[in-house]
Design a protein around this ligand. Structure first.
Ligand SMILES: [Mg+2]
Length: 232
């Protein structure tokens, strides 16, 4: 019997691209107003050089979105000549601005009806590599728990988050279905742990060779019947 549905967040329950774009814009506005000298350094060239350096030292950190962004901001403030104390304060303040904007989400049209329906019959747990916060985006009531790259230190496709969700309810993988948009990080990763999988393939990607979900849907409003189909 299926008891748990785990869901990816970014690009599964909303389109993340405009969200990040808006959060970047909000952050730059804040930097312009509060620490204008940092804007000489907060640009693509710095990002690439810094990312390369972090990858060389500790590649795992680039997959932890909050940690990495704070490191990047801190680096830019250092280049701008801020003192150590000011760097710490500015990093926390600027990240907070980014994070609040990053959690201003416009859901897909079918997201709330889907969660409303699923949460009546199953426990729902969010599993995300990004740094959205289910409480801040207003979905806290639907989810029993939320595991993320940041909270576990292990982004998908690592099995950690999937295992954590099973342990949270003390159930077996056969009792769980994972739904997500990413062929490897969602479908193949969940399958390896023993979950059944539904691939939300909104853009009709052709990844059939590398991604073999139990069911594939192109719209969120097809998910309830895909689950019903799996239960039959
Ligand atoms: Mg996703």
């Amino acid at each position: 019997m299926i008891r748990l549905i785990t869901l990816d967040l970014d690009n599964t329950l909303w389109d993340v691209n405009p969200v990040i774009k808006n959060a970047e814009k909000t952050l730059v506005q804040w930097l312009r107003e509060h620490i204008p000298a940092s804007l000489d350094h907060y640009h693509k060239d710095t990002f690439i050089a810094f990312r390369d350096k972090v990858v060389a030292d500790n590649p795992d950190l680039t997959h932890l979105p909050t940690t990495f962004r704070k490191m990047l901001l801190s680096h830019c403030f250092e280049l701008a000549g801020l003192s150590a104390d000011s760097i710490e304060e500015a990093t926390e303040a600027s990240f907070k601005v980014f994070h609040q904007a990053r959690n201003q989400i416009e859901f897909y049209e079918d997201t709330l009806p889907l969660l409303e329906t699923l949460s009546q019959d199953f426990s729902l747990i969010a599993l995300s590599n990004g740094n959205a916060d289910v409480q801040m985006v207003g979905l806290g009531n639907y989810f029993a728990a939320h595991f993320s790259a940041e909270s576990t230190g292990k982004p998908k496709p690592d099995p950690t988050m999937f295992t954590a969700a099973l342990n949270y309810l003390d159930i077996e993988p056969e009792q769980a279905i994972h739904i997500g948009d990413h062929p490897l990080e969602d479908v193949e990763a969940a399958k390896k742990v023993g979950y059944r999988t539904i691939w939300f393939n909104e853009n009709h990607k052709q990844d059939a060779n590398s991604c073999v979900p139990d069911r594939q849907v192109h719209q969120l409003n097809q998910i309830v019947s895909a689950i019903q189909d799996l239960l039959d």
